[in-house]
Design a protein around this ligand. Structure first.
Ligand SMILES: [Zn+2]
Length: 317
C-alpha cells in the first residue's frame, strides 16, 4: 500500500471524529494530537464556526485569504480545505507509485485551520477589536502582538507534527500544518527537550520563531543573538549554547516567500507604513528576554493548551 493510500485509510478511520470529514486528516489529528484537540475545543467553546463546504463563500475566501482575515477574527468563521476528495483521486490514479503527501502538497492544498485557529486564540487573548494600526492605542505593542501571534501559530504547527514518526501519520500532520520538519531540527528539539523539559523547549522554539519573524530577511539566527538570550543555566555549558541556537534556528526554516512577502503584505494591510522594518522600533533583545510583555503573553497562551500530557509529545523521542 502506498503512503497516500495509507493516509486515506487512516483518514477514513477517523473521519467521523470531527464534522470536517472533507478535510484530510482533521479527524485523525483531533483524535490523536492533544494540542490540535485543545485548540479546536477552545474555539468551539467560544462559538467559532468551521466551514468546509464547496461554495462561493469558501472559494472566495481561499482566493483572497490574506485580505479576508477579519472574517476569521471578527465573524468567528474559520474555513477548512475541501481537500480529501481531490487527494483520494490522486491515490486512485497512481496506485503503484509510492507517492507521499509532501510530494503533492502545496500551500494551496494543505489545511491551515490549526494555524488560523491559533491566530484566533491570540486575537482573543490580546483583545484586538480591529486589525487596523490606526485603531490601536499602542501601535508598537500591537506589532509585537502580531509577531507573537504569528510565532505562536507556527510553533504550534511544529508541535502538532513532531510526535508522529510513522510516515503516513506524519504526512497527515503535515497536511494540517505549514511546512516540513527536517531531521536535524527534529533531533535538536528532542535533545533539548530531554535536557530541559518540554516547557523550556517550547519556550525557546517560540523565541526562534519570534526572532525569525523579526529578522524576516535573515536566513538564520544572526550571529550573537542566541548568546544574548541564553539564560544562566544554558550559558554554563557551551554545548547547550549550540543546542539552544539550533532550536532557535528552527524558526528560520519557515519559507522565505512567506516571511518576506506574505507576512509583509499582511503588515501593509493592517496599516504599517514604510515597511515593517521601519515600523518596529522595539528592542528585540529586551523583548525576547523573560520579563517582556510578549514573552509573558506567549507563556500564558501556550499554557492554556500545552498543559496536556507531556508524554504524548515525548513518545516520538
Ligand atoms: Zn499566520
Amino acid at each position: 500500500m502506498s503512503v497516500i493510500q495509507n493516509c486515506i485509510e487512516i483518514h477514513n478511520q477517523f473521519a467521523k471524529c470531527t464534522p470536517l470529514s472533507n478535510t484530510l486528516g482533521d479527524g485523525f489529528m483531533y483524535q490523536t494530537s492533544p494540542i490540535f484537540k485543545r485548540v479546536r475545543d477552545l474555539l468551539t467553546a467560544q462559538n467559532y464556526t468551521f466551514k468546509n463546504e464547496l461554495c462561493e463563500e469558501t472559494n472566495e475566501f481561499f482566493l483572497t485569504q490574506l485580505f479576508q482575515l477579519d472574517k476569521i477574527y471578527f465573524e468567528k468563521k474559520l474555513f477548512a480545505r475541501h481537500n480529501y476528495q481531490a487527494l483520494m483521486k490522486i491515490a486512485l490514479k497512481f496506485p503503484d507509485k509510492d507517492i507521499t503527501l509532501p510530494e503533492i502538497t502545496t500551500l494551496e492544498c494543505y489545511s491551515a485551520l490549526l494555524h488560523e485557529s491559533v491566530h484566533c486564540l491570540c486575537q482573543q487573548y490580546f483583545g484586538w477589536a480591529s486589525l487596523d494600526v490606526k485603531n490601536q492605542p499602542d501601535p508598537e505593542k500591537f506589532f509585537q502582538e502580531l509577531i507573537t501571534a504569528e510565532s505562536m501559530a507556527i510553533s504550534t504547527e511544529f508541535l502538532a507534527c513532531i510526535p508522529y514518526s510513522n510516515t503516513a501519520e506524519r504526512s497527515l500532520a503535515y497536511m494540517n500544518s505549514l511546512g516540513y520538519i527536517n531531521a536535524e531540527d527534529e533531533l535538536s528539539f528532542k535533545q533539548f527537550q530531554k535536557l530541559f523539559g518540554f516547557e523550556t523547549a517550547v519556550d525557546w522554539l517560540f523565541r526562534g520563531y519570534f526572532a525569525s519573524n523579526y529578522f524576516y530577511e535573515a536566513v538564520a539566527l544572526p550571529p550573537g543573538v542566541a548568546k544574548t538570550f541564553r539564560n544562566k543555566e544554558l550559558a554554563q555549558d557551551p554545548r547547550y549554547a549550540a543546542l539552544t541556537e539550533a532550536v532557535m534556528n528552527i524558526g528560520f526554516r519557515v519559507n522565505k516567500p512567506f516571511r518576506q512577502h506574505t507576512a509583509q503584505t499582511f503588515f501593509k494591510l493592517v496599516g504599517v507604513e514604510g515597511g515593517l522594518k521601519n515600523a518596529m522600533t522595539f528592542d528585540i533583545y529586551k523583548t525576547l528576554q523573560d520579563g517582556s510583555y510578549v514573552m509573558k503573553a506567549a507563556k500564558e497562551i501556550f499554557s492554556q493548551y500545552l498543559k496536556t500530557e507531556e508524554e504524548s509529545y515525548a513518545k516520538g523521542s
